[in-house]
Design a binder for this molecule. Structure first.
Ligand code: NAD
Ligand code: ZN
Length: 345
């Protein structure tokens, strides 16, 4: 079968012919419906090194936003029907630590022993015709379109986890929230905020078409440039925003968050651009907090699928056949994708 492979650090992926995998005990073989191309993949093949945390080593099949149909059951697996559609919870922890016990494999205490972080991150992912996955990582999609659902596994789950963590800032009337970066994650994040809170959603991106899409989903947009922080503050009556979700994480975007956050507000950095910022007693409004979040729990993913199946969120998806998977990644590198590219192996 064909697979999109990460073969070496600082090297663009290639399409290779590999053996179809066999599901081990407790696993299923999934016939892939869709595999989303996430900006984190670009970080993996362009920026990561062997020294990065997470124990990620080439080579493996990319794709950590996967959906598919049950093809085969591994030893000991029952209760699944061939052809049923599932979304894949990507992270895989040790399964026996405190973090894993609450369904938060992302923060597994024994991640270094597992040998990979997730399907598509260290272990073979879904940019291939078939993928094996532990049965416990499957979330049922019912009759929902699995291709459109694929990005929910990360572009949905990651903003959802951050937003739920920050929800207490947005309960009640007259609240405002700022979303920075309106790509795969940010555009789903805007829809979730509209569905889950009464807050005014303010959104920004360097690309006008991304901001236009956010307006379609009910956000008020503020373009970048001189005076941006002041223009955002004006929209809040001068008080500042109650929460910021930064889906870029570069120095200028975190600084924008610091300049616009209200007293007691919360800044959630989700983008992994890794920009450092300064913090001192005098730089941030009183009791404003800043934190980072990584992906989400499997329970969160069930709730994300609930939002999707109830019609509250729809990922903006462009579909690519397998032989254009590398073009999809190149367009993502070049900033030419709007919403999410989904490869259909
Ligand atoms: P994407 O490429 O689809 O979208 C990024 C958007 O940010 C683009 O629309 C781009 O124009 C915009 N942008 C870039 N720099 C900007 C700036 N300085 N100001 C305003 N807008 C800017 O990326 P994505 O797949 O949505 O991922 C977003 C980020 O989140 C990436 O850094 C990715 O690696 C990260 N990520 C983090 C997690 C996590 O668990 N923390 C999970 C998935 C992705
Ligand atoms: Zn664990």
């Amino acid at each position: 079968m064909r697979a999109v492979r990460f073969t070496e650090f600082n090297t663009f992926p290639t399409i290779e012919e590999i053996e179809r995998p066999v599901p081990g005990p407790g696993e299923v073989l999934l016939k892939i419906a869709g595999a989303g191309a996430c900006h984190s993949d670009v970080a993996i093949f362009n920026d990561f090194t062997a020294e990065m945390p997470g124990n990620i080593h080439p080579s493996f099949t990319l794709g950590h936003e996967n959906s598919g149909w049950i093809e085969e059951l591994g030893p000991g697996v029952t209760g699944f029907t061939k052809g049923d559609a599932y979304l894949v919870y990507g992270p895989i922890g040790c399964g026996r630590c405190v973090a894993c016990s609450r369904g938060q494999d992302t923060y597994c205490e024994n991640a270094a022993d597992v040998g990979y972080l997730a399907t598509g991150i260290g272990r073979d992912g879904g940019m291939a015709e078939y993928m094996t996955v532990p049965a416990r990582n499957l979330v049922p999609l019912g009759d929902a379109d699995p291709v459109a659902a694929a990005p929910l596994a990360d572009a949905g789950l990651t903003p959802y986890h951050a937003i739920k963590l920050g929800m207490h800032h947005l309960i009640g009337g007259g609240k405002t929230v700022l979303v920075i970066g309106l790509g795969g994650l940010g555009l789903v994040g805007v829809q979730m905020l509209k569905a889950m809170s009464a807050a005014t959603v303010i959104a920004t991106d360097m690309k006008e078409d991304a901001m236009a899409r956010a307006r379609d989903f009910g956000a008020v947009t503020v373009e970048g440039g001189e005076g941006q922080a002041e223009r955002i503050r004006e929209l809040t009556g001068g008080r500042g925003v109650d929460a910021v979700f930064d889906f870029v994480g570069a120095t200028p975007t975190i600084e924008l968050a610091q300049q616009t956050i209200a007293q007691r507000g919360g800044i959630f950095v989700v983008g992994i651009a890794g920009g450092p910022v300064t913090w001192s007693f005098f730089t941030n409004p009183y009791e404003a907090t800043i934190t980072n979040t990584y992906w989400g729990t499997i329970e969160d993913l069930y709730e994300v699928v609930g939002l999707y199946r109830d019609g509250h969120i729809t990922p903006d998806v462009t579909r690519y056949p397998m032989d254009q998977a590398l073009e999809a990644y190149q367009e993502l590198v070049d900033g030419k994708i709007s919403g999410r590219a989904v490869v259909m192996p």
